[in-house]
Design a protein around this ligand. Structure first.
Ligand code: 5AD
Ligand code: SF4
Length: 456
């Protein structure tokens, strides 16, 4: 008697780190069911798309993919499960399955577990994956029906680095942003559960954790005030105290929740890295107000200065949107000048993209023409690159502790890793993945540091 080949899966991920982490849970769940990775998408018994809808571009990429997989599924005689999860699913819950009838199952971001239940049911029917009787199914919801992906098994690509989800959803009301509508209200994971997860990760060889949440530093605001630790600052300190965890990062914080206790914890905890992603979005107070960011240009400057006073060598990265409805040239130039003032080590720059249902999407009369948005973006990218290169150049001549991630793609025989400031370092050396080694930096670009391992 021969055992049948195990079923195979293929997961394609769009979007942010939270999605990448959700995909680790999806993969972990599929592997727990005995499934193995497929050589490529066309060979997979189960194809999963983990989607993003924050801007319009990823939407189109998904639609192209869905058209492609329609043909593959037909060639396999329909014997392929097409699953679509993530934020786009929640945004299009009313029409996704009708529009793409070859999709078998759709599940919102808080409903990963339901994918497993669906496959369970398919197997239970004895018909095997791909032959679920009846209609395709959808699992949506942004309230209590959500659960933390962290309750599921995981498959990490990097043995020494891990993401840890600490909250889900977002209670802010940024006028451009669809996240609150698709990920729901903010819920914090219990403090002790997070600490236990990090302890398990440390025992498993993880040295670096990145705490994740849509609004990561408002963690704990809604947890019961029963005297036990519950704030984000306390969480940083608790994770810092875990043996074996050498590096702690977190993303993405909101400037409004960057309180003194968080800054003090960052400054005082040896494992919290001197790096912060601090989304600025715009440099004009009027635009920031229209975005409902809750801070002015001046408050952002003050905050950055306050954090820099506590952690002098801190590196900032940021997110910036250009071409928000009504943004004038002068206001755009305020964004440019604020970048010059703060001196970010890196920035993600985006063209404003109207998302159905958000407040700003209704400001149609004030939309900026795409060619003008593009021009502003290119100008900003030039400025941001120049500043990043200058900032990175301060490391030339220094010895930096680099967490080794493996072989560099090029040049040959070089290693690649990350500096404490989260900059990619390519270097000559000899060290296993997961080691933290001293590297003398010899050259810097806007994105990478080059160096040589220091041997004693
Ligand atoms: N258009 C352009 N950029 C956006 N972002 C969020 N929503 C939009 C939108 N509608 C950007 C913000 C956020 C980052 C994750 O994506 O800068 O911080
Ligand atoms: Fe969106 Fe603003 Fe929440 Fe970030 S803080 S997820 S930009 S609503």
């Amino acid at each position: 008697m021969t055992t049948p080949d195990p079923q195979s899966y293929h997961v394609l991920t769009f979007g942010c780190q939270m999605n990448a982490h959700d995909s680790e849970r999806i993969t972990g769940m599929l592997e727990q069911r005995g499934m193995v990775p497929a050589a490529d998408q066309a060979d997979a018994d189960v194809v999963v798309f983990n989607t993003c809808t924050i801007r319009e571009k990823p939407d189109q990429k998904l639609y192209d993919q869905l058209q492609r997989v329609k043909g593959t599924k037909r060639r396999r005689g329909g014997n392929q499960v097409i699953a679509v999860g993530g934020c786009l699913v929640e945004a299009h819950r009313d029409n996704l399955l009708a529009e793409f009838p070859w999709v078998d199952v759709a599940f919102g971001p808080g409903r990963i577990r339901d994918l497993g239940n669906y496959l369970e049911l398919a197997d239970g029917e004895g018909a095997g994956v791909g032959h679920v009787p009846g209609e395709s199914e959808g699992f949506y919801g942004i309230a209590d029906e959500r659960s933390f992906a962290s309750e599921l098994p995981t498959r990490r690509d990097r043995p020494h680095q891990a993401w840890v989800q600490i909250s889900m959803g977002c209670n802010m009301k940024c006028s451009y942003c669809i996240v609150p509508a698709v990920r729901g209200k903010e819920v914090s994971r219990p403090f002790a559960e997070i600490v236990e997860e990090v302890e398990r990760l440390a025992a498993d060889g993880v040295r670096e954790v990145t705490l994740l949440g849509q609004n990561v530093n408002s963690y704990g605001n809604h947890l019961p005030r029963d005297g036990s630790p519950r704030t984000f600052a306390e969480l940083l300190r608790a994770v810092d105290a875990i043996e074996g965890i050498d590096r702690i990062r977190y993303t993405s914080p909101h400037p409004a929740h960057m309180q003194g206790d968080v800054i003090a914890a960052m400054a005082e905890c040896a494992a919290v890295m001197p790096q912060l992603h601090l989304p600025m979005q715009a440099g004009s107070t009027r635009v920031l107000k229209a975005m409902r960011r809750t801070y002015s240009r001046e408050r952002f400057v003050d905050l950055a200065a306050k954090i820099r006073a506590a952690i002098p060598d801190i590196s900032y990265s940021t997110d910036i949107i250009v071409g928000f409805p009504g943004e004038t040239e002068a206001e755009f130039l305020e964004t440019v000048s604020l970048c010059e003032e703060i001196r970010f080590d890196g920035a993600f720059t985006f063209i404003y993209s109207a998302r159905t249902g958000t407040e700003a999407a209704a400001m149609e009369a004030d939309f900026i023409p795409p060619a003008e948005q593009q021009r502003r973006l290119e100008h900003l990218i030039d400025v941001v690159r120049g500043i990043a290169e200058e900032r990175h150049t301060r490391h030339v001549g220094q010895v930096q502790e680099v967490l080794v991630e493996g072989a560099a793609r090029r040049p040959a025989h070089h290693l690649r890793g990350r500096s404490p400031h989260n900059v990619k370092v390519v270097f000559e050396g000899d060290a296993p993945e997961g080691a933290i080694v001293p590297v003398r930096i010899v050259h810097a670009t806007s994105e990478t540091l080059l160096g040589r391992q220091v041997t004693t």
